[in-house]
Ligand binder design. Structure first.
Ligand SMILES: O=P(O)(O)O[C@H]1O[C@H](CO)[C@@H](O)[C@H]1O
Ligand SMILES: O=c1cc[nH]c(=O)[nH]1
Length: 285
C-alpha cells in the first residue's frame, strides 16, 4: 500500500476537484495544450469540433473537447515556472493519484503536454513571425533547487552560470524526442533560456538598469555541441524538468514575437500565434 498523502498536501476542493486547476480526472484529456494567456484558450478551442467541458480558477482556464475524433484539452497557466510547477503536479495527480484514497496508483499514466507560447529571439537571423520548438531549455530560476537532480547533460547550465555570474546552478532539460520529431520543418529548433522575469532577467531596461551588461550578446554567442542559444521565455525549462521527473512527454512551441538584437516587435503577433496554434493542432490531433 502506498503512502497516504495528507489532505494538506494533495488539496481537493469541496466538489472533489484538484485545488488550483479546479479539475476532476474526467475533465482532462491525455493530450493537453497549454498557453500562458487565459484569453488564448478560446483561440485554440475554437478549432475543436466540440467542447464538452469548460472550467476556470485563477489563471487556470480549461476547455476540453474533441478534434477529428481525438479528445483534447487546452488550458492556460499564467506566467512563470512557479505556475508550471503547480500545473504539472496537479495534472500528474489527476492521472496518477487516486483522489479518493489519496494514494499513488499502481500503474503510471503519461500525458502529452504541448506549450503554445510567445517568445523573444536572441539571434538577429531568427526573425519575428517565425515558429520555434525548444529542443533544450535552460532554467535560470531556482525551482529545481527543490527537486531531485535531473538526469542528462548540464553543459548549458554550467556555461550559463559562468556567463551570467549566477550564485546557483541553472538547470537544463529537453523536449520529448517523440513529440519533437513529428514537427514539420517550418519550425526552427532551438535552445531556450527560461527567465524568472520579463525585464532585467531578459536584459530589458525601462527605468531600472539590469545588473548585467550585454546580456543578450553574451548569451547569443554561447555554443554547446554546435548549437546556439536562440530565445527567451518564462516557462519551458520548468515544463521539461517537471516532465522528466514525472514521466510526461512535453514539448514547448514558441511564436517569436520580439527580436531583441534588432529591437523589433511583431506587428502581426496575433497572426503568428494563430499560425502556431493551427500548425500544432494539425500535427498532434
Ligand atoms: O505567451 P505566453 O505563453 O504567456 O509565454 C510568454 O509570454 C509571457 C511574457 O509576456 C511569458 O509567459 C512568456 O513565457
Ligand atoms: O521577449 C519575449 C516575448 C515574449 N515572452 C517573453 O518571455 N519574452
Amino acid at each position: 500500500m502506498s503512502r497516504q498523502i495528507p489532505e494538506s498536501e494533495l488539496i481537493l476542493n469541496a466538489d472533489g476537484s484538484i485545488y488550483h486547476l479546479h479539475l476532476k480526472p474526467e475533465n482532462l484529456a491525455s493530450l493537453v495544450f497549454t498557453v500562458g494567456d487565459p484569453d488564448r484558450v478560446a483561440l485554440v478551442s475554437k478549432y475543436f469540433d466540440q467542447i464538452d467541458f469548460k472550467g476556470n480558477k485563477r489563471e487556470f482556464v480549461t476547455h476540453t473537447g474533441r478534434l477529428r475524433g481525438k479528445r483534447v484539452t487546452v488550458m492556460s497557466t499564467g506566467m512563470g515556472t512557479d505556475n508550471v510547477e503547480i500545473l504539472m503536479t496537479e495534472l500528474d495527480s489527476l492521472v496518477n493519484v487516486d483522489l479518493k484514497t489519496h494514494t499513488v496508483k499502481p500503474s503510471e499514466t503519461s500525458l502529452e503536454i504541448i506549450r503554445l507560447g510567445t517568445s523573444g529571439s536572441m539571434q538577429a537571423d531568427l526573425p519575428v513571425g517565425s515558429l520555434l520548438a525548444s529542443e533544450i531549455a535552460v532554467g535560470v530560476d531556482t525551482l529545481m533547487q527543490f527537486y531531485p537532480k535531473l538526469e542528462g547533460s548540464q553543459d548549458w547550465s554550467r556555461l550559463v552560470q559562468r556567463t551570467l555570474d549566477l550564485t546557483f546552478l541553472p538547470y537544463q532539460a529537453s523536449a520529448s524526442p517523440e513529440l519533437l520529431q513529428k514537427l514539420p520543418n517550418e519550425f526552427f529548433r532551438g535552445v531556450t533560456l527560461t527567465a524568472p522575469g520579463f525585464y532585467a532577467p531578459q536584459g530589458r531596461e525601462i527605468r531600472l538598469k539590469p545588473k548585467m551588461d550585454n546580456m543578450i550578446e553574451r548569451l547569443a554567442s554561447l555554443e554547446v555541441s554546435g548549437l546556439k542559444m536562440t530565445n527567451f521565455e518564462m516557462e519551458t525549462a520548468g515544463y521539461y524538468a517537471m516532465g522528466q521527473l514525472l514521466n510526461h512527454r512535453v514539448l514547448s512551441l514558441n511564436a517569436i514575437v520580439a527580436n531583441r538584437p534588432t529591437g523589433e516587435f511583431d506587428k502581426k503577433a496575433e497572426k503568428t500565434v494563430d499560425h502556431m496554434i493551427r500548425a500544432a493542432l494539425e500535427v498532434y490531433c
